[in-house]
Design a protein around this ligand. Structure first.
Ligand code: ZN
Length: 51
């Protein structure tokens, strides 16, 4: 298993379920250069920004 990318991107800010990389819908670059992510929470099915 490659170790250079984490398999999780964070946790749901609503229910604290772990968000896996395969749950990610959109990755985008924010103006300050940081990476932003929208993902669908596998637990509550909401589109969230992983915390
Ligand atoms: Zn959730």
């Amino acid at each position: 298993m490659p170790a250079n990318r984490p398999s999780t991107v964070g946790v749901c800010p609503l229910c604290e379920a772990t968000i896996d990389r395969h749950d990610v819908l959109i990755e985008y670059e924010r103006s300050e250069g940081a990476e932003g992510v929208y993902a669908e929470c596998p637990a509550c099915q909401d589109v969230v920004t992983p915390a």
